[in-house]
Design a protein around this ligand. Structure first.
Ligand code: GTR
Length: 327
């Protein structure tokens, strides 16, 4: 009932929340882009299960996997507006909406995944979460999405020169377009669902993603050179419409937060396993992988991307410095 109200009228979210405070049952809908068996899919289903359990059935969540409810940028808008309550989002496409969250999309800002989690667990994570919540999107927990690397159908990438002239798909975010341009390539922002066909037909030459997505999408079949540039380490969230969450009783808020934390613990464990099994699978299928031994030229080429971000968001310089100085 509550969900019908929210899906038709943004202004009715508050009314919905008041009802929730009065312990009315809530039926939520959730978005996820990934296929069955993917760590995030399993962990979001677990989140739904834990939500019912921990709220004594007062909150139920129906998950829609495989991006069936739309592209990621659209789904982000739907959760912000309250047409959907929950989503598993990558912070990449959230960046254009919340500049604080965009800090994670500065190439090479994190040293590795543990560094990213240390930042997220501290003051930096707090600042990012507040910036997102101010835009209507509250992160309940952080998921692991590993590191993203380049892949294409022609050759290994070892140096920025190898990207020159290449048409590379990126997620919708100007920082990524800037990143490819600075390497001499041609950025092509595109929805995730279109990448396989575009690689196959030569509309694009390459793309970039982590091991599990490279494998689960079948991109490795049409772009069999995977080069470990690890240029982006982007966290993902279980995000909820901020008004929906704020309208819950304290008891329900705690139950929702706990369910999200437990889901994230499961996701991170499944993620580690899937990174290894995805790599094994694509290598067995004949993919050529290469370490990028010298990342320094890639990092140096990113200076204008950082400058552009800081020029547009001078107040976020301390956040960038905080991340860079976190051990
Ligand atoms: C995946 C991520 C998705 C989506 C996708 C993409 O790694 O989990 O949310 O952002 O990449 O490249 O669009």
């Amino acid at each position: 009932m509550c969900q019908k109200i929210t899906s038709t009228l943004i202004g009715a979210v508050a009314a919905c929340s008041i009802l929730a405070g009065a312990a009315q049952a809530e039926d939520w809908r959730g978005w996820n882009i990934h296929v069955d068996g993917y760590p995030n899919t399993v962990a979001m289903d677990k989140f739904a299960e834990l939500l019912s359990e921990k709220t004594g059935g007062e909150i139920t969540l129906k998950m829609f996997h495989g991006g069936t409810l739309g592209s990621q940028p659209d789904a982000i808008e739907q959760v912000r507006l309250g047409a959907l309550e929950v989503g598993n989002f990558n912070l990449g496409p959230i960046g254009p909406i919340a500049p604080e969250a965009n800090v994670v999309s500065l190439p090479f800002i994190f040293k590795d995944v543990p560094h990213m989690f240390r930042v997220l667990e501290g003051e930096g994570g707090q600042r990012i979460a507040e910036g997102m919540a101010a835009k209507g999107l509250l992160p309940l927990a952080w998921y692991d999405a590993g590191a993203r690397s380049f892949y294409n159908g022609a050759k290994p990438v070892n140096a920025p020169e190898d990207v020159e002239g290449m048409k590379v798909r990126v997620m919708n975010n100007d920082l990524y377009s800037g990143m490819i341009s600075e390497l001499g390539g041609n950025p092509s922002p595109m929805a995730f669902a279109e990448v396989y066909q575009s690689l196959k037909t030569g509309v694009i030459d390459g793309a970039e993603n982590n091991w599990p997505s490279y494998e689960s999408t079948g991109h490795y079949e049409v772009a069999p050179y995977y080069s470990l540039s690890q240029h982006l380490i982007i966290p993902e969230c279980i995000c909820i419409n901020a008004d929906v969450y704020e309208g819950l009783s304290d008891e329900m808020k705690a139950a929702v937060a706990e369910a999200a934390q437990e889901s994230a613990a499961l996701q991170r464990q499944l993620w580690a396993e899937r990174e290894a099994s995805s790599r094994e699978k694509v290598e067995a299928a004949g993919v050529t992988t290469n370490e990028v031994v010298d990342k320094a030229p890639f990092q140096a080429a990113m200076a204008p991307v950082y400058e552009g971000y800081l020029a547009a968001n001078p107040d976020l310089r301390p956040l960038v410095e905080l991340i860079q100085s976190t051990d």
